[in-house]
Design a protein around this ligand. Sequence first.
Ligand code: SF4
Length: 328
Amino acid sequence: MTPVSYLRAGSAADALRLGAVQGHRLLGGGTNLVDLMRKGVEQPGVLVDVTGLPALIEEAADGSIVIGAAARNSSVAAHPLVRTRYPMLSRAILGGASAQIRNMATVGGNLLQRTRCLYFADAAGSRCNKREPGSGCDARGGFTRYHAILGASPACIATHPSDMAVALAALDARVHLASAEGVRTLSLLDLHRLPGDRPDLETVLAPGEMIVAIELPPSDVAARSIYRKVRDRASYAFALVSVAAGLALDGDRIVDVRIALGGVAAKPWRALRAEATLRGGPATAEAFARAAEVELAEAAPLPGNAFKVPLATRTMAAVLAQLSGEQA
Ligand code: SF4
């Protein structure tokens, strides 16, 4: 392992000043970054520990919940405001990793974690456009069970590994970013990029910019919400497919709906087509199945992950049926 220096940021200003230096990386819980350093994928010269920065979870005047980027995943999942108002978020975090990892991992780090593509992690033996732009992609033609079926490109077919981010996408969460130029806020849906021809660019964060908080707006659908994760084994595996969904009904009519998919793309995949198909219509098993088919119509699977298309379709329909009390 390459020698690395360790600094602690005492404030956001400290973190911005130290983190903006080339070769420095911000360190949250380290549950992904340190793994990648051991594998030689990440080789920062200096780690700037930001776990001492604000980790508050509090209600704003407009009813939003604001969560500091240094908040531990376990604290978010267990917080009464999150558990009662945004149950899908709590469920997503609890399904995402072991208790030990949840106790270490931070909200900011969770959003910025890297893909678990096996070829990306194999710095010594595999070609990877994300790790080394222009080198190729050994996943294509390789083991693609965990790879993308939506939004992929010839350059990269990796998926984003976060469960938490999928729930945040469905909840219309906002991300607060800070840099030397000031603070800006964007939708979580706009934080991550699809790969295109630059899979090494994973987010819209500018150099020297950092996540300082996320914000959960009040939501009509969040109280009636579910996160369901389908994986190869019952505990602590990455999602083959996951669905975060919330539903607001008036009798058997759908007033509003939010759906996001995980395990299918390089970013949390908001199912906007399915939502548009459902909004204002009947809450029936047929409508849910039709909406799921509409969303997955543009899927472009590979032979090794073609099973994800019917799996995502059926899981989305089943989650919506469960929320509505219908039989799938
Ligand atoms: Fe790298 Fe993406 Fe190909 Fe995986 S799928 S090897 S991350 S370029």
